[in-house]
Write a protein that binds this ligand. Structure first.
Ligand code: C2E
Ligand code: CA
Ligand code: CA
Length: 835
C-alpha cells in the first residue's frame, strides 16, 4: 500500500489576500498580475469570503462605479475549506461531489494556508495515461458560445454567466475568430475599459486544435501557449467546439475517479485493520502503511509493524525470531539474493522489486528498501526493511493497457487492437494460403436516433447493437468498435466467399430487428462493406479502406445491405445467393428433384450387379443444375440433410414400386456426404426406411469418400458396423484421391472400393495411373474387397482393366445415369424371367 499524497503537498501557497474594504478593481488587478484565479478576503487572519474569476461574470460593466466598490459586497461566503492533511484523493471526490473549483486549505487553528484548485489537483493525479487514450472530440464542449464582435462587454458577461461558460468565441469584424474568457474579464474589472464592444477586447487569434487529436496533445498546447482554452476544428477547419482545461480534465477525471474510489475503499479497510494494533509499537511505525521489518545483524526478525501483518498475514509473534526467508516465494534464485546481500554490505542500502509469498500462499510483488543500521563502532547492528505491495500498481498498468486496446463503452477491441490482429491474421493467411475478410459496418441513421435519444441512451443503443453483432460471430472472429457508430469485423480462415456473405447477411438481419431503448422501440439498420485478403489487398490499411468504400457503396445503393469491394465478386455472390434460395425452396418442397440410376455390371459375367442413385435438380428458371454445382453449396449451407433425406425416400419408393410391379431391382447405392454420415440418427433413418418400404436387407447401400472417415475413427467404425447389420453394402468412393493408408482401411467394415475415374481415364496414357490401379486392386484383393472401376468410357480402358483385379464396371461405356423408367426398361428383368 503506498502512502497517499496529501493536499498540503500540492496546494498553491501563493495565497492572495485582501481586506474586505479593498475596491474590487484593486483586487482584480492583483489577481491579473499574479495570474491566479481567486482572491481571499480576510480579517484577523480568518477567511471571511472569496472572489473568483467566475464572479467576474456578474459584474455590471455598464456602471464604471461598480468596480470601485469594496470587495465584501460581491464576494462569496462562507468559504469552503479543507484540512492540509486530507489525502488528495478525498479532495478530488469533494470537488466532483460539491461541483467546486476551489477549496481553501486551513490548518487546525482555522488559518488559511493555501488554496487548492481543481486544476492543481487534476494535474497532480497522474491522469496522463487517460489523457493519451481520449480524443479532443470526446471532451470538448459541443456547442461553444459564439458571440458576434459587436456585442458590448456587459452583454457578453451576462451571456457567459447565464450559459455557465467560462469562455466565448468571438467573431470579429474582419471574420477572424477571437476568444473572451473569465480571466480576461478579471483584467477588465481591474482596468475598466468602459462598456466597449468585445470585438476589440477579445484575444486573437483563437488557438486551435484538431478534433481528432489526443487530449494529451491539447494539454501540452494549453501549457505551452499559456492559454486556457482552445478552439476545436473539424476536418474542414470549422470551429465545432471549445476545449478548456476543465473539460480536458473532466473526461479523464471520470475514469480516474473510478480507480480512486476503489483505492480509497481498500485503504479504509487497511486502516481499520492497523488501528487494532495501534498500541503495540511506536506510533510512527505503526501508522505507516508500508510494511516494516527490523532484524538483528544475523537477520533474525526483532520487530514487524502492523502493516507487515496486514500485507503478509504473519503476526508479530509469528515473525519474531525467524528470518525474512519466511516470505520467500521461491521465484528468485540464489544469485538474486547473493547480489542483494553483496550490495547491502557494500553500500548499506538495497532497493528493488521482489516477489514474496503471503502466509495464505498468495504471491505478491513488493517494492523493498533495506537499510543497514550501524552502531557507534560502524558495525552493522540491525537491518531495517521497508516495503509496499505494488501488485495493484502492476494491475493498474494492466488496466491502462486494457484501456488502450479496448473501447470503454462496449469493451470491444478498438481500432488499434483490430489492426494488430489483422496484421497477424494476414501473416497467418499468407503462410497457409488462406483468405480472410474485413467487414466494415456502419449503422444507418444512427445520428438521428442519437440526437433524438440523447447521448446516454445513444450509448445504450450502441451497446445493444454490439451485443447482437457479437452473438452472430464465432469466438475466433474479432468484432471491434472503430468509433462512433462504426464497427469492424475480422473473419479469419475463410474458404469460400459465401461464408463471408452469409455472416454479413446475418449481421444485417440481427441489427434490423427493433431495439428497445428508454422504453421506446427503435429501428436502425446497418450497411456493410467487405474486403478480402488477398483478393482486395494484402495490407491492413488497404483492406480497411476498401471495406469502408464498399460500405459506402452499400449505403448509396439502398442501405441495410452489404457490398463486396469487388463488383464482379458481388455479382457472383448474388448468383450464388439466388441459387441457395432456390435450393432451399427445393429442399422444403421437393419440387424439381429427381433421381437418375446408373448401372454397375460384373466385368466377367456382364450381369447387372447394382446401381448408383444420383441426385438431379431441375429448376423452373435456372434449368438443369449440375450436382457439381449444387451439391457443394448444399453441403456448405446444411441443405444436404433435407435433400439427402428426400433422395433416400425417392429411391426407397422407387424400389418398392419396382418390386410391386414384379421387377427385380439390384442393390442401389446412395452417396452420403460427411454431414449426412455424421448426423446422429443416420442409422435409425435407414432402418426406418427399410421398414416403411418393406425392403429386403441390403437393398440400399451407401457410398462414402475416404475423407468422411478420416477423423473420429472409432465412432465411424460403430456407425458403419450398425449399417452392416442392416445388410447395407458400404463403398469407399473416389478411392485414391484421399489419404487412406492400408492399415486404416483394414479395420473399417467396408465392402467395396470404387477406384476414382481420374485413374481409369488415364489408363493406357500414363504409367502412374496403371501403377496406382495395380496397387489399389492388389490391396483390395488382399482385404477381400470388391473393386469397382468408375468412369469407364472406352473399350481401351476396359481392355486395360483386364489385367487387374476388378469386379465391377461403371461408366458411360456400359450405361449412363438414366431416369427410373428408362433404367427399368433397359436393365430390369421380370421376376418370372430372370436372366
Ligand atoms: P460420384 O459419387 O463420383 O458420382 C459419379 C459421377 O460420375 C456422377 O456424376 C456420374 O454421372 C459420373 N459418371 C459416371 N460414369 C461416368 C463416365 O464414364 N464418365 C464421366 N465423365 N462421368 C461419369 P454426377 O451425377 O454429376 O454427380 C457428381 C457428384 O455429385 C457425385 O460424384 C457425388 O459426389 C455427388 N452426388 C450426386 N448425387 C448425390 C447425392 O444424392 N448425395 C450426395 N451426397 N452427393 C451426390
Ligand atoms: Ca458415388
Ligand atoms: Ca465416384
Amino acid at each position: 500500500m503506498t502512502q497517499e499524497l496529501s493536499v498540503e503537498r500540492i496546494m498553491n501557497t501563493g495565497l492572495l489576500t485582501c481586506a474586505p474594504e479593498t475596491p474590487l478593481c484593486e483586487a482584480a488587478a492583483r489577481m491579473a498580475e499574479r495570474r491566479v484565479s481567486a482572491m481571499l478576503v480576510v480579517t484577523d487572519e480568518r477567511a471571511v469570503g472569496i472572489w473568483t474569476e467566475r464572479d467576474s461574470l456578474f459584474v455590471d460593466f455598464t456602471d464604471p462605479e461598480a468596480v470601485r466598490r469594496p470587495i465584501e459586497g460581491v464576494m462569496s461566503q462562507p468559504v469552503a475549506t479543507i484540512h492540509p492533511a486530507t489525502p488528495v484523493g478525498e479532495a478530488a471526490l469533494r470537488f466532483s461531489a460539491e461541483r467546486r473549483r476551489h477549496l481553501l486549505v486551513v490548518d487546525d487553528a482555522g488559518r488559511p494556508r493555501g488554496i487548492l484548485s481543481q486544476t492543481d489537483l487534476a494535474l497532480n493525479q497522474g491522469l496522463e495515461p487517460y489523457l493519451r487514450l481520449r480524443e479532443v472530440g470526446d471532451a470538448m464542449r459541443q456547442r461553444p458560445l459564439l458571440l458576434p464582435g459587436d456585442r458590448s462587454l456587459n452583454e457578453a458577461a451576462r451571456h457567459m454567466g447565464r450559459h455557465g461558460c467560462d469562455a466565448a468565441v468571438v467573431t470579429c469584424q474582419d471574420g477572424e475568430l477571437g476568444i473572451l474568457t473569465e480571466r480576461d474579464l478579471v483584467r477588465f474589472v481591474a482596468r475598466h475599459p468602459g462598456n466597449t464592444v468585445i470585438g476589440e477586447l477579445a484575444s486573437r487569434p483563437l488557438m486551435t486544435v484538431d478534433v481528432e487529436a489526443a487530449l494529451i496533445h491539447a494539454r501540452d498546447l494549453l501549457i505551452d501557449q499559456r492559454v486556457r482554452h482552445l478552439g476545436v476544428l473539424d476536418g474542414e477547419g470549422e470551429v465545432v467546439g471549445l476545449l478548456g482545461f476543465q473539460d480536458l480534465l473532466a473526461g479523464a477525471e471520470h475514469l480516474y475517479l473510478e480507480d480512486l474510489r476503489e483505492a480509497l475503499e481498500q485503504r479504509d479497510q487497511a486502516l481499520s485493520q492497523s488501528r487494532r494494533h495501534l498500541q503495540l509499537a511506536e506510533r510512527v511505525i505503526d501508522a505507516s502503511l508500508e510494511g516494516i521489518i527490523i532484524t538483528d545483524a544475523e537477520t533474525r526478525i526483532e520487530f514487524v509493524n502492523p502493516a507487515f501483518t496486514h500485507l503478509t498475514g504473519y503476526s508479530l509473534e509469528e515473525a519474531v525470531g525467524r528470518t525474512p526467508a519466511l516470505l520467500s516465494s521461491g521465484r528468485h534464485d540464489a544469485d538474486f539474493y547473493r547480489d542483494m546481500w553483496r550490495t547491502l554490505q557494500e553500500s548499506g542500502y538495497w532497493r528493488g522489486e521482489i516477489w514474496n509469498r503471503r502466509k495464505s500462499g498468495q504471491l505478491y510483488l513488493e517494492l523493498l528498501t533495506i537499510t543497514a543500521i550501524r552502531d557507534d563502532r560502524g558495525e552493522i547492528s540491525h537491518y531495517a526493511a521497508l516495503f509496499s505491495d505494488i501488485t495493484h500498481i502492476r494491475e493498474n498498468e494492466e488496466q491502462v493497457r486494457r484501456l488502450a486496446y479496448y473501447d470503454p463503452l462496449t469493451r470491444l477491441p478498438n481500432r488499434r487492437l483490430l489492426e494488430d490482429r489483422l496484421e497477424l491474421g494476414i501473416r497467418h493467411a499468407r503462410r497457409y494460403g488462406q483468405r480472410l475478410a474485413v467487414i466494415f459496418l456502419d449503422l444507418d441513421h444512427f445520428k438521428q436516433v442519437n440526437d433524438a435519444l440523447g447521448h446516454a441512451l445513444g450509448d445504450e443503443l450502441l451497446l445493444k447493437v454490439s451485443k447482437r453483432l457479437r452473438a452472430q460471430l464465432r469466438e475466433d472472429d474479432t468484432l471491434a468498435r472503430q468509433g462512433g457508430d462504426e464497427f469492424i469485423v475480422l473473419l479469419n480462415e475463410i474458404e469460400a466467399v459465401e461464408e463471408v456473405t452469409r455472416v454479413a447477411h446475418r449481421l444485417v438481419e440481427s441489427v434490423s430487428a427493433p431495439f428497445e431503448v428508454g422504453g421506446q422501440a427503435f429501428r436502425v439498420g446497418c450497411s456493410l462493406g467487405i474486403s478480402l485478403y488477398p483478393d482486395d489487398g494484402d495490407r491492413v490499411e488497404t483492406l480497411v479502406r476498401r471495406a469502408d468504400s464498399a460500405m459506402y457503396r452499400a449505403k448509396q445503393e439502398g442501405r441495410n445491405t452489404y457490398r463486396l469491394f469487388r463488383a464482379e465478386m458481388h455479382r457472383e455472390d448474388r448468383g450464388r445467393l439466388e441459387l441457395e434460395t432456390a435450393l432451399r425452396n427445393t429442399a422444403e418442397t421437393g419440387a424439381g428433384l429427381g433421381v437418375h440410376y446408373q448401372p454397375l455390371f460384373d466385368r466377367d459375367s456382364g450381369e447387372l450387379e447394382g446401381a448408383e442413385a444420383l441426385l438431379r435438380w431441375h429448376h423452373p428458371t435456372l434449368g438443369h443444375v449440375s450436382p457439381g454445382d449444387f451439391i457443394p453449396l448444399a453441403e456448405r449451407s446444411g441443405l444436404i440433410l433435407p435433400l439427402g433425406e428426400r433422395l433416400m425416400q425417392l429411391v426407397a419408393a422407387q424400389l418398392r414400386d419396382w418390386r410391386a410391379a414384379g421387377l427385380a431391382p439390384p442393390r442401389v447405392a446412395v452417396n452420403l456426404s460427411a454431414r449426412q454420415f455424421w448426423q446422429s440418427d443416420l442409422v435409425a433413418q435407414v432402418r426406418e426406411l427399410y421398414a416403411a418400404y418393406a425392403l429386403p436387407p441390403g437393398q440400399i447401400g451407401v457410398e462414402l469418400t475416404e475423407s468422411v472417415l478420416l477423423d473420429k475413427h472409432q465412432e465411424a467404425i460403430a456407425t458403419l458396423q450398425a449399417l452392416r447389420e442392416l445388410g447395407c453394402r458400404i463403398a469407399i468412393d473416389d478411392f485414391g484421391t484421399g489419404y487412406s493408408s492400408l492399415s486404416y482401411l483394414q479395420d473399417l467394415p467396408v465392402t467395396t472400393l470404387k477406384i476414382d475415374r481420374s485413374f481409369i481415364q488415364q489408363l493406357g496414357e500414363s504409367r502412374g495411373s496403371s501403377a496406382i490401379v495395380a496397387a489399389v486392386t492388389g490391396l483390395a484383393e488382399e482385404l477381400g474387397l470388391r473393386v469397382v472401376a468408375e468412369g469407364v468410357e472406352t473399350e481401351a480402358q476396359l481392355q486395360a482393366l483386364s489385367r487387374h483385379h476388378v469386379n465391377l464396371i461403371q461408366g458411360y461405356l456400359t450405361g449412363r445415369p438414366v431416369e427410373a423408367a428408362t433404367f427399368a426398361e433397359r436393365y430390369l428383368a421380370r421376376h418370372g424371367a430372370p436372366a
